[in-house]
Design a protein around this ligand. Sequence first.
Ligand code: GTP
Ligand code: MG
Length: 239
Amino acid sequence: RASVKKITTSSQALDGLLGGGIETRTMTELFGEFGSGKTQICHQISVNVQLPPEKGGLAGKALYIDTEGTFRTERIRAMASALGLDPKEALSNIMSIRAINTDHQIAIVEELQDLIAKDDRIKLVVVDSVTSHFRAEYSGRENLAARQQKLNRHLHQLVRLAEIYDLAVVVTNQVMARPDMFYGDPTVAVGGHTLYHVPGIRVQIKKSRGNRRIARMVDAPHLPEGEVVFSITNVGIRD
Ligand code: GTP
Ligand code: MG
């Protein structure tokens, strides 16, 4: 595991939970309810991957697959400026692609392979959210098996990208918290499941008071379970 690299989240607490930051060669799932901060973290790491290694980045670029239309250029600019990066340049180092349905989303990831093979500065692939189109298109019990099969293939393709090209893959998954979720089985929740069947790291994000959020590591193979608090501020993710 020596060759795994990390991307800082701009929160020391969250980095600590992740064993130093978002890892390359791994798929990290951020799951949690609406407004918990999944998209904000994705924006922050898309900026932070560009930082030099001594500042917690990989001097790299990001590919941002946006399925919900929530990618915000002005938010990227604000986060970049706060870190002393040129906002225009930071934005140009993030390629955002809007995926309109599951077939489109899958096709984009299939084509990414060529893009990444040609540009070794791409060190982060975000899919925000990886599950929304699948849930919308394959709703109802009778479609569950088909949905799982198609989603599984897609997720494994993403995991392979991470492993082959030594990049970080971060996917989000909106999962409504159940009142007893923190005490019961964390992989089963109202309104959807986590991606427990795919290798990788799972982090639950939960709302707390005001701009405070709680991140919780769930069944990580090489990281201790635990919870930390971070904040969503005007300049981005912070302690
Ligand atoms: P869904 O996509 O609906 O599942 O939610 P999410 O988990 O992606 O939530 P998201 O990352 O969009 O978080 C939204 C929250 O981030 C808002 O409720 C705000 O609290 C916070 N936020 C977003 N933009 C800003 C900003 O510019 N300044 C500050 N201070 N907070 C912000
Ligand atoms: Mg979101």
